[in-house]
Design a protein around this ligand. Structure first.
Ligand SMILES: [Zn+2]
Ligand SMILES: [Zn+2]
Length: 154
């Protein structure tokens, strides 16, 4: 398992306290997190306020370390591009960088709003589509009830 610091320095980027804190929060979360949830997790760290978290999330996306996922309640959720604990051959799941970062599926609970990245399920988009259409975003969403919510409504 790589640390947040390794992920940033391996990408040739400069870690700061805020960058490490935000990336660590995502790294330690099995589910995708919203800006609000990340901010709540980092409450009490003096250097970090809501603007800092927005800036860091933008920076992490620009540098393709994380991706954002749209949710039913219109709040974006964020998670790492690839689980660092698993070794994936990028070519296996994608033929473009776009697919690598956005082409996998997301499991969304319609009751509690939990969002999970499913890297095993990726888009297989015919190359002809990329030849004719300028794709800016790919989303595959599976919606339903998570285990906890199934038990809660049973
Ligand atoms: Zn749920
Ligand atoms: Zn994802």
């Amino acid at each position: 398992m790589q640390t947040a610091e390794q992920l940033i320095t391996d990408a040739g980027l400069r870690p700061t306290k805020a960058r490490l804190a935000v990336l660590n929060t995502l790294l330690n979360s099995p589910t995708a997190l919203s800006h609000t949830e990340i901010l709540a997790a980092l409450q009490g760290i003096k250097e970090i306020d809501r603007v800092t978290v927005y800036r860091v999330l933008d920076w992490l996306q620009e540098n393709t370390l994380i991706h954002k996922i749209s949710t039913d309640d219109r709040a974006w959720k964020f998670q790492l591009n690839m689980p660092p604990s698993r070794s994936y051959k990028a070519a296996e799941t994608s033929n473009t960088g776009l697919l690598n970062s956005h082409g996998h599926a997301h499991l969304q609970c319609q009751r509690c709003g939990t969002v999970l990245c499913i890297h095993e399920l990726a888009a297989h988009i015919p190359p002809a589509i990329f030849a004719t259409y300028q794709i800016s975003h790919i989303e595959i969403n599976l919606k339903g009830l998570c285990l906890q919510c199934q038990q809660a409504v049973a």
